[in-house]
Design a protein around this ligand. Structure first.
Ligand SMILES: Nc1ncnc2c1ncn2[C@@H]1O[C@H](COP(=O)(O)OP(=O)(O)OP(=O)(O)O)[C@@H](O)[C@H]1O
Length: 359
């Protein structure tokens, strides 16, 4: 056994639930063979805690089959970078990547999706935040069970509220009586969103999820023009009225050069909590077809289930994932596809170079 052939073998191993290999991800560093056994270091551009166990088994199998039984020591590190955003918009300190979660139509489960994707990403080992940009109807404080809390101030900045699972949450719901916000007009709404984002002291986030209000109004315009967005997730139910509006949201992102990382179909089927019967209440596969037509991944098809509704209403977003492995697996699969799509985006190196001024 020599290092070269061992490295070639390790490079050919595929990642669980992916067609990527350790080689295609350039993940393999420092393969060392010594008296103790085999030592290898893997570096990934996305969180991988969810797949480490299976990956380790694949590595053990492959090496043992070819080179016989030897102790194998695998060290895993994350190197999640900052990726490109719309031209002309600067990235923010403390936030590597912003993911906008949008829908055309209201009530399709955007906030539910935002909260659950955040939980999934956190459980996968990423540093995650959620910004509730639904100024007229903030729901993240409720879903994370932190409603009524007030962010502390530090050196003129607001410290996001820490929800279970180490998720940093900011919402207009922490700052104002939301009944007042209903009468706000365009410029105030836009101002509020920018304050929430830029005046918060985000602590080294790999991903900040922005839960947008439905539609393509003032908030979306501000987002497109002023906020450094790496990409978007579009949430829809399978029914035609939701899909028509979802396409409008897609068009908006495409116009402003924000890539769509995928479509998540919510409320795909209703699962009866008594007999387990699945019924397509809102039609069949609409989100799947939208994703296909756009040429983007279908991140998942989430059922309409009582446990999800109850968990969201009771501030149990994190507990849902721990108590309901089937639902957790669907969101994890969605988050896994999302971070892979995001990692394919070009990197942003603008912060690394000094500005050159020609006089
Ligand atoms: N998969 C699901 N199963 C059961 N209930 C769900 C599911 N997805 C969302 N819900 C429930 O549907 C309601 C609306 O969901 P949510 O608030 O996430 O939608 P939204 O698109 O963010 O709404 P809005 O347009 O008001 O911002 C909530 O009560 C939520 O708990």
């Amino acid at each position: 056994m020599d290092t070269q052939s061992l490295t070639t073998l390790i490079n050919s191993i595929t990642l669980p639930d992916s067609n990527r290999t350790l080689g295609s991800e350039q993940a393999v560093r420092n393969v060392i063979i010594d008296n103790d056994g085999i030592h290898l270091e893997l570096v990934f551009p996305y969180p991988v805690a969810h797949l480490i166990h299976e990956l380790q088994q694949r590595i053990d199998h492959a090496i043992t089959a070819k080179f016989g039984d030897k102790p194998i020591f695998v060290k895993v590190q994350l190197d999640i970078g900052t990726h490109k955003v719309q031209p002309g918009v600067q990235t923010i300190a403390g936030v590597k990547n912003i993911i906008a979660v949008a829908s055309g139509k209201g009530g399709v489960g955007k906030s539910t999706t935002s909260a659950n994707l955040a939980v999934a990403l956190s459980r996968m080992g990423a540093r995650v935040g959620v910004l509730d940009a639904d100024i007229y109807g903030p729901s993240q404080p409720t879903m994370f069970g932190v409603a009524g809390q007030e962010p502390r101030q530090h050196q003129g900045k607001m410290i996001p509220i820490m929800a279970t699972g180490e998720i940093q949450v900011m919402s207009v719901g922490f700052l104002v009586d939301t009944d007042q916000a209903v009468i706000w007009r365009g410029p105030m709404v836009s101002q509020a969103l920018q304050q929430l984002l830029f005046q918060s002291q985000w602590d080294d986030l790999d991903y900040l999820i922005i839960d947008l209000p439905p539609g393509t109004g003032d908030i979306q315009l501000t987002l497109a023009q002023k906020i450094p967005v790496t990409g978007a997730v579009v949430v829809t139910t399978p029914q035609d009225v939701a899909l028509i509006d979802a396409r409008k949201a897609v068009n908006m992102f495409q116009k402003v050069n924000i890539p769509i990382f995928g479509v998540l179909e919510n409320m795909s089927v209703h699962i009866c909590s008594h007999c387990g019967h699945a019924e397509s209440v809102f039609g069949h596969n609409g989100g799947k077809e939208l994703a296909h037509n756009l040429g983007v991944p279908l991140l998942g098809q989430l059922p309409l289930t009582l446990s999800v509704r109850e968990a969201m209403d009771n501030g149990q977003a994190y507990a849902l994932a721990e108590q309901n492995p089937q639902i957790a697996a669907l969101y994890q699969q969605a988050a896994w596809q999302l971070v892979q799509a995001l990692a394919d985006q070009g990197k942003d190196y603008s912060q690394r170079f000094p500005k050159i001024v020609v006089e």
